[in-house]
Design a binder for this molecule. Sequence first.
Ligand code: ZN
Length: 159
Amino acid sequence: MVGWRQRFQQVGASVVARPARPSTLKGVVSSASETSDAVVSYRLARDRQIKAFHEGTKTEAEVCDAQPELRRVAHHHGVALTDECPICELPELVLVTFAFGAGLPNGGRVISKLRDVRRLRARGKPSDCYRIEVCQSCWWNHLRESFSVDGGQPATSTG
Ligand SMILES: [Zn+2]
């Protein structure tokens, strides 16, 4: 169930970090400063995927491949975005955030509120969080950002 996570991590490896754009996130786990100051944006990789689709080098089936578990989570826990889907252009885009770390489920824990982040932090163990946009119409999905929740430890700079 974590195949998408590995895939996104690979995608992220070639991406330049840049600051998050919290204004698009509608108030839910929205502020990088609320969670961590080390937010990695995957916008460049995302834009490449979208471009490949529009240029015809990738099919809709290739870019709109949300797995059943991700679809389920998007449906029940997704936070609506104001952006339109970059593939089908319908306003069906939602954001889901998964946290991974020691003591959390293998497939990640879904977090949707700032309260959930505070709970992660209160565990006293670091967590890695991945924020994924999912279209509930065509099932486009892509990693949008990742960040760490330090679990109460002093912040470390990892570049
Ligand atoms: Zn769509």
